[in-house]
Design a protein around this ligand. Structure first.
Ligand code: NAD
Length: 352
């Protein structure tokens, strides 16, 4: 076995249907007295449910979380927390809402309790992102890591099927790249494989019945494991491409991951055969790239960048941006091949 470094992050995780009910005790456990509740406008009702549960421990609801955490929203939320005397934040929602919690914690060190309702995995990471002047800046800081995470599958039952599939494949992307990461290790490999297996099993069942609680539970468990992989080891070409496409061309996060992943895996296939074997095995396919493509396609997710708003004329620029910084990847970054990868993803071709 090769030498490795494994870092365990100190989050406390409560998992299971009905776990939300333990929230007031978890606020007390942090020594906090007043929690601001964060959500998107669409999830205002869930935020209200949380505030009702918190009763006198609720300092107020800030329901203006949006994708990519604009700096103006972060400032408003920080001011709202301060003016309402909050000493803790509860973020209920997906990566956008958890991201807003992190933006508050970055400046104020307010502890965050995350209640994830998608499979994006942000709640497990020390990575934050804030968008200013059209540019998303990301960084890492230990203080933004949520102190407590409540994974309650009942709360993801309302996640629309389309977003459930793409968000689940977003999680699979963390695990897939974790397996061939330069910083991977045997513990992370176990989590990556288990996470992909759980999601691979769950997504078709969610497609068949969005309220299948066993499947929702498996998917959320898989998302947790995949989020831990994202938090622990360096990502490669796939995440770089998705960051470029999302940040520079304003493409939706989970859909972009879903479309690009099969092509990023095809690009790296020959350079990382053992990782590909494990991905294919976890997803019960004969090739990693095809197994991911089929998981998306067969469950009604988009498979072509042209169908989610990407213009063909922007592919050259996307390629330039993706190549502008060097970073570790199993196969060296080759311009012509990456340009072809983007073309294949734009057209939605099944990898050969
Ligand atoms: P999201 O948080 O933007 O949510 C998408 C939409 O779905 C929102 O309108 C939300 O309110 C709604 N929604 C979420 N859960 C729901 C539910 N259970 N029922 C009904 N509606 C629900 O989407 P996301 O994909 O979770 O997060 C994407 C963002 O998170 C991106 O900005 C991405 O960069 C960031 N992210 C960050 C990290 C990190 O480690 N920092 C990791 C993953 C994603």
């Amino acid at each position: 076995m090769n030498p490795f470094t494994y870092i365990a992050r100190p989050a406390r995780v409560l998992f299971g249907a009905g776990t939300l009910q333990q929230l007031p005790a978890e606020v007390d456990r942090l020594g906090a007295r007043k929690a601001i509740v964060l959500s998107t406008p669409e999830q205002r009702a869930s935020a209200q449910q949380v505030a009702d549960l918190l009763g006198t421990r609720a300092a107020g609801i800030f329901d203006r979380a949006v994708m990519h955490v604009p700096i103006e929203t972060a400032r408003e939320a920080r001011a709202f927390a301060a003016s309402h005397g909050a000493d803790c934040a509860v973020a209920i929602g997906g990566g956008s809402t958890v991201g807003l919690g992190k933006a508050i914690a970055l400046e104020s060190a307010l502890p965050v309790i995350a209640i994830p309702t998608t499979y994006a995995g942000s709640e497990m990471t020390t990575i934050y992102g804030i968008t200013e002047g059209g540019m998303k800046k990301t960084g890492r800081a230990d203080q933004v890591l949520p102190r407590t995470v409540l994974y309650d599958p009942e709360l993801s039952a309302g996640l629309p099927v389309g977003l459930s599939i793409t968000s689940g494949i977003n999680a699979i992307a963390h695990a897939a790249e974790g397996l061939y990461s330069v910083t991977t290790n045997p513990i992370i490999e176990i989590m990556a494989q288990q996470g992909m297996e759980a999601l691979g099993r769950a997504l078709p069942r969610i497609k068949a019945n969005a309220r299948d609680m066993e499947a929702r539970s498996d998917a959320l468990y898989g998302a947790w494991l995949c989020g831990t992989v994202l938090a622990s080891v360096d990502m490669a070409l796939h995440h770089k491409l998705c960051h470029t496409l999302g940040g520079s061309f304003n493409l939706p996060h989970a859909e972009t991951h879903t479309i690009v992943l099969p092509h990023a895996l095809a690009y790296n296939a020959a350079a990382a055969p053992e990782a590909m074997r494990k991905i294919a095995q976890a997803l019960q396919g004969s090739s990693a790239a095809q197994a991911v493509y089929d998981l998306a396609h067969d469950n009604g997710a988009p498979v072509a960048l042209k169908d989610i708003g990407m213009r063909e004329t922007d592919l050259d620029q996307a390629c330039d941006i993706a190549l502008s910084n060097q970073y570790p990847n199993p196969r060296p970054l080759e311009r012509a091949a990456i340009r072809q990868l983007l073309q294949d993803a734009w057209e939605g071709r099944r990898p050969g």
